[in-house]
Structure formats: structure tokens, C-alpha cells
Design a protein around this ligand. Structure first.
Ligand SMILES: *Cc1c(COP(=O)(O)O)cnc(C)c1O
Length: 435
């Protein structure tokens, strides 16, 4: 009763709930991980000098060591880095091919005057396809775009590892290498959304021939060597509550981004983070590349996914790195996409048990900037996202049982109508009413 009221008051949007009304919080893995004792100790070593903080140099060293890029520009979080890279590289009228859109990434590309073009393999749009690397780029689609618009209108290929919107699916080493070769033949650069690259590296270790005996750190570094730079939401894979960075081997991109960061984020040696934040982040990077940790992290996600699969509940397969994605089209086949089945399902899970999840479907996809119509993504999903180093397997059991309880009464579910819609990134703040 209390949860039904809280959900209605929050406009059936789990982003609008108060955290004190949530029992197990699986809204996101962003900034929700637990920092280690070493990271907390690092906070005590904050050098809060305005310029040239010691902690900044520790951060640069960690990124150079594990990712291998030359230059680093710190930012307050991932979208700060997306803003800088989009403004530094995209001209109005440009096209940016990538392996499926991400909400904030695509918006910054559009705000810079670009058009995102999805060139991921078709298998990624099918929640039942068991392709081991559903994050791969379709080289024929990429080639076709180059032929159509000309390489001079493609500033970079926007590659993500893993692919969040496809269900946390990895891209293979063979594919990134081929993308890099193809792009560079035309003078097109390759930039990486490195937000969840540790998980991507584990999938390469498990699934790609020749990598079983390589460490996560070795795989990460090789992967990044087939890209020209990266942006990062450190709130995910780098195990901190806030932070981000942009890294590049390109002198021109570095110079532009380093200049722009002082307008939007802060001086180029802190970029919106405090010294202590940068210290915790530098330590987080070294912890995040440890094989045992990555295996345990992805293993916990898999544990939850396998429980649901055993009970016949429709999820995206193969099971991804950071989350389980319920397939709302198969869960609620009687609710049409314009009545927001995934938004409905996230609300219903909360009402059942207090477990908070989020929508990744028609609401997250937003409207086409040209036509103003809803975009209708093939994947209409609810993301059950596991924070790092926070919950136990027993919590996962509770979550699985709640999803099962909602599944058992799925036929009586009713959809939603949107009653408030903000202009940008509407999924964060939109409000709904029950039909
Ligand atoms: C979270 C995320 C971002 C944006 O980063 P923020 O730190 O939330 O600003 C970019 N790309 C991916 C894949 C993400 O998951």
C-alpha cells in the first residue's frame, strides 16, 4: 500500500522515488559501488591545491599504465567528457557511427550538430540471439556509411565496450582491430566509451580464442591500443561515487579539450573533481583491473540471470556484464510499446517488493529530433543493475523472487500514459499515470 502510493507520487518513474523508500536499489551501477578501505584511505591524502594537485598526477599515471593513452583531461563525470569530445571533434552536419546509441552520448553528439548512426550487428537488437559478441560493429554498415556521406563527414567511430543499451554485451578484440584498420584507412579516428571495459575484457578472456591466459589488464591495454582515445564514466568501472575523464593520443583533440574543460568543468588538473576524488579514482582503477574482482562481479550478475532463466522469465541473453535486462515485450506482450511496457514493469517490481530498477525502452530512446515522433527501439527492457561490491547473493535471491511474483500475475498488468515530458533525456524526469 505504502509502496503503491510512493510509486504513484513518483509518477511511475523509479528515478523520482526517494532512496529511503527503496529496499534493494538496482536502479543503476553508476556511483553506487562501495569504495574499498584503500580508496577511503586515499581520500585522506587529498591535495586540494587549485592547480597541479599531486592526486591529478596519480590519476594520469593510472590511466597511462592501464589504458595506455598519452593525455588525460579530468571531468566531473562521463557526460562532461562526452560534452568535451563532441564539441572538440564534431562539426554541424557530421555523422557519428557507433555500436548502438547511449542516451547521454548521443545527445551530446546531436547538440554538437552531429547525427548518430547505429552500425551495430543486427544480432544485438534480438534479445534471444546468443551471439557471444553482440557489441560488435557491422563492418559492412560502417563501410556503407563511409561510402554514402564521405569520410570527411565522419570525425570518429563511437565505440562502447560493453554496450549498455544492448544488455551489457561485449565487443570482441577481433572486431575492434578490424574497425580500427577500416577507419584509419579513411583517416577516421576511433574513440571508446570505456565506461565498462573491465567487464568487456572478462568476456574476451572467456570467449575469444587466444585470450584465456591473458590478464584483464593485458586485454584492456591491447583493446585500447586499437582506439585513439576514450571517455569514461568513472562512476561505473573505476569504482568511485563521482568522476570521469577523457584520454587521447591525439594532440589536436587534447589541446581543444584541455582548453574547453576550463570553461565547463574546472581547471585542467581537476576538471570538477576534488583532489581526494582523484586519489580514490586512481586507486579504483588499479583495483578494477584485478581478475578475481572482475570475475566475482560478473559472476554475481550471472547468478541472478541464471535464476530467472531457470524460471522461464524472458531476459536478454547472453547475460551481460553489469545488469540483467528483462525483455518487457515478452513479459507484457499485451501492453503496446506506446503504453510503455518496460516503464510499467519497473513500477510493478517496485510496488511488489521495494526493489528499484529502471526502464531502457521507448522512454529512454526519446524522440527523433527531426520528426518529433517517439523512437521505437526493438529492445524494450527493464534494467536490473548490480552495483559493485555492495550486495550479496542473498539479495539476488530476493530480487529474483520479486520478479517471479510479478511474472506470475503478468496478465493483469496495465500500461501507463505519459503526463509530463521534459525536452532532454526524458527518462530521468518524465511522469506517468496508470491507464
Ligand atoms: C553512465 C554512462 C555514461 C555517462 O556517464 P555519467 O557519469 O553518468 O555522466 C556514458 N556512457 C555509458 C555507457 C554509461 O553507462
Amino acid at each position: 500500500m505504502a509502496r503503491a502510493r510512493a510509486m504513484a507520487e513518483a509518477g511511475y518513474n523509479t528515478f523520482l522515488l526517494r532512496s529511503e523508500d527503496v529496499y534493494i536499489d538496482l536502479l543503476t551501477d553508476s556511483g553506487t559501488s562501495a569504495m574499498s578501505d584503500r580508496q577511503w584511505a586515499g581520500l585522506m591524502l587529498g591535495d586540494e591545491a587549485y592547480a597541479g594537485s599531486r592526486n591529478f598526477y596519480h590519476l594520469v599515471e593510472a590511466i597511462q599504465t592501464y589504458y595506455g593513452y598519452k593525455h588525460v583531461v579530468p571531468t566531473h563525470q562521463g557526460r562532461g567528457a562526452e560534452h568535451l569530445i563532441s564539441q572538440a571533434m564534431i562539426k554541424p552536419g557530421d555523422f557519428i557511427p557507433g555500436n548502438m546509441y547511449f542516451t547521454t552520448t548521443r545527445l551530446h553528439q546531436e547538440l554538437a550538430g552531429g547525427t548518430f548512426v547505429d552500425v551495430i550487428i543486427d544480432e544485438a537488437h534480438d534479445s534471444t540471439n546468443l551471439h557471444p559478441f553482440k557489441g560488435d560493429i557491422d563492418l559492412d554498415k560502417l563501410q556503407a556509411l563511409i561510402d554514402k556521406v564521405g569520410p570527411e563527414h565522419i570525425p570518429y567511430v563511437s565505440v562502447a565496450g560493453t554496450v549498455n543499451m544492448a544488455g551489457g554485451q561485449p565487443i570482441s578484440m577481433g572486431n575492434i582491430k578490424a574497425v580500427y584498420e577500416l577507419a584509419h584507412r579513411y583517416g577516421i579516428r576511433v574513440y571508446l566509451d570505456a565506461t565498462r571495459m573491465m567487464e568487456n575484457a572478462l568476456f574476451i578472456q572467456e570467449r575469444e580464442e587466444g585470450y584465456a591466459d591473458k590478464s584483464i589488464a593485458e586485454i584492456l591495454k591491447e583493446f585500447c591500443s586499437y582506439t585513439d582515445g576514450a571517455w569514461m564514466s568513472a562512476k561505473k568501472d573505476n569504482l568511485v561515487n563521482i568522476g570521469g575523464w577523457l584520454a587521447t593520443n591525439d594532440e589536436d583533440v587534447f589541446e581543444k579539450a584541455r582548453n574547453m574543460v576550463v570553461i565547463y568543468e574546472g581547471l585542467h588538473t581537476y576538471g570538477g573533481m576534488s583532489g581526494r576524488d582523484m586519489e580514490a579514482l586512481a586507486i579504483g582503477i588499479t583495483e578494477a583491473v584485478q581478475d578475481d574482482y572482475v570475475r566475482a562481479r560478473v559472476g554475481q550478475v550471472r547468478y541472478l540471470g541464471e535464476l530467472l532463466v531457470d524460471w522461464g522469465i524472458p531476459i536478454v541473453q547472453p547475460i551481460g556484464g553489469h545488469a540483467i535486462f528483462l525483455d518487457a515485450k515478452r513479459f507484457y506482450p499485451h501492453i503496446p510499446q506506446d503504453e510503455f511496457p518496460a516503464q510499467t514493469l519497473a513500477a510493478d517490481i517496485y510496488i511488489d517488493s521495494g526493489v528499484r530498477t529502471m526502464e531502457r525502452g521507448v522512454v529512454s530512446a526519446g524522440r527523433d529530433p527531426e520528426t518529433g515522433a517517439h523512437r521505437h527501439p526493438k529492445l524494450e527492457l527493464v534494467r536490473i543493475t548490480i552495483p559493485r561490491r555492495v550486495y550479496t547473493q542473498a539479495h539476488m535471491d530476493v530480487v529474483a523472487e520479486s520478479v517471479k511474483a510479478v511474472w506470475d500475475k503478468r496478465e493483469s498488468a496495465r500500461g501507463l500514459k505519459m503526463v509530463y515530458e521534459p525536452k532532454y533525456l526524458r527518462f530521468f524526469q518524465a511522469r506517468f499515470e496508470r491507464l
